[in-house]
Each structure stands twice: as C-alpha cells, then as structure tokens.
Design a protein around this ligand. Structure first.
Ligand SMILES: Nc1nc2c(ncn2[C@@H]2O[C@H](COP(=O)(O)OP(=O)(O)OP(=O)(O)O)[C@@H](O)[C@H]2O)c(=O)[nH]1
Ligand SMILES: [Mg+2]
Length: 214
C-alpha cells in the first residue's frame, strides 16, 4: 500500500469557525489523518515529504499555517489495483507565543471546533521536536486531546538536528520518560522531514490505519 505522491490535492483552507463547523458537520464519517503540533515543528514539511513535494506551504517564520488546510490524498492498493481517497488535515500549530490575544483565541476556537466535530475515523499525528521532547505546550496539548479519544501517534521530527553524541544521548536518556508519558499513544516514531528518516514507517502506519477504517 502506497500513498500516491503528487496526487494529493488541496481542497480548501478554512479560518472561520462557522465554515469549519459546517464542513465537519457535512462530513461526519470521513477517513483520514490530521497533522497537529507546535508552530514551526515541521508539520507542513512532513506533509510534503509524505504526500508529495508541493502539497503544503513550508514557513520560514513560525505560525504561518493559520487555517485548517484540507486535502484529498490517494492510497494505491497493488493487490486489488485500486485507488482509495482519504482526507488530510494540516491543522494550525499551537503554543505560539508571538501572536495577538485575538489571534490566539481564534486558533483555539478553530482547534476546539476541529476536535469536537471531526470524524472518529481520523488518525491524529502529533508532531513534536526531537530536540525538545515533552515541552510545556506539548504537555498541555496532550491533556487537552486525550478527552477526544482519537487514535493518536506521536512523531518526533528533526532527528537530523541531533548532531552530537551528547544531543543524541540526551534524547536516549529521556526515552523511559517519553514512553511512560505516552502510554496512551499507540505509536511513537522518530523522523526527519528533511532527510527522510523514519518516513517509510510512518507511511505504512498511515495507510494501515486509513485502509483498516475504510
Ligand atoms: N533540519 C530540519 N528542519 C526541518 C525539518 N522539518 C521542518 N524543518 C524546518 O522547520 C521550519 C518549519 O517547518 P514547517 O513545515 O513550516 O513547520 P509547521 O509546523 O508547518 O509550522 P506552522 O505552519 O507555522 O505551524 C522550516 O524552516 C523547515 O524547513 C526536519 O526534519 N529537519
Ligand atoms: Mg505549517
């Protein structure tokens, strides 16, 4: 089973709560995946690496993805030679301190709407930074998200930035804490959107999930 790279299509970006409510109410049982994580952690980069080069916009400045971006993606099943369509969501990053109160509130409202109304058959991929695991905004998000009962996998991105031995052993030492903390999470992956590390495993997990739920 393979994600058909280059066949992922942008459907729309929604930044209004009312519009998001309407869209989600009209699509109650859809299958798909949602990428969520701190601003600048590499959600859009991961989407591009997994679904095709120019799918999502990658930012130089944090906080660029201000809307819920919705895409259609295709999984090819070589056994049956069939193609299956699913939804992909690029959800705006949380925990960005550098925005106005009003904007932060709008983000929170969008996130609340998204998680309250999104189909139970959507897999949540929570992206975190491999250099800074278990940061405050991630812990807050984790407490928040657990009540929604969505299947969640955590991806630690930017492992390519762990260059020195001491950086790598810092992460290694935190592993027992990480696994203890993420008992409620079904899978943990260590990846690099830039170098491609770990992405074939993530692709397999995504295709397994969406095909199982469809
Ligand atoms: N070294 C390295 N840099 C990365 C990796 N993934 C993303 N980046 C860089 O991190 C920055 C932010 O990436 P984005 O993909 O825009 O992050 P985002 O989470 O979508 O950010 P927002 O949309 O603002 O929430 C960009 O400069 C990327 O090039 C990675 O695996 N390794
Ligand atoms: Mg983004």
């Amino acid at each position: 089973m393979k994600i058909q790279k280059g066949k992922c299509e942008f459907l729309m970006g929604i930044d209004q709560v009312e519009q998001l409510t309407t869209w989600l109410n009209e699509h109650p049982f859809i299958n798909g995946v949602a990428f969520i994580g701190r601003s600048n952690v590499g959600k859009s980069s991961l989407i591009n690496s997994l679904f095709g080069k120019n799918t999502a916009r990658v930012s130089k400045t944090p906080g660029r993805t201000r809307q819920v971006n919705i895409f259609d993606f295709v999984v090819h099943n070589p056994e049956t030679k069939s193609e299956h369509h699913f939804y992909l969501f690029d959800v705006p990053g949380y925990g960005h301190a550098d925005v106005s109160k009003e904007m932060a509130q709008n983000w929170q409202n969008l996130l609340d709407t998204f998680f309250h109304l999104c189909s139970q058959k959507v897999l949540l991929l929570n992206i975190q930074d491999a250099r800074h695991p278990l940061q405050d905004p991630d812990l807050v998000f984790q407490n928040y998200i657990q009540s929604f009962d969505l299947e969640t996998y955590v991806l630690f991105n930017k492992v390519d930035k762990l260059k020195t031995q001491s950086e790598r052993s810092l992460l290694k030492n935190k592993m027992p804490d990480i696994y203890k903390n993420f008992k409620w999470v079904k899978q943990i992956h260590f990846v690099s959107a830039e170098k491609g590390d770990g992405l074939s495993g993530v692709e397999l997990s995504i295709t397994n999930f969406v095909m199982r739920e469809s």
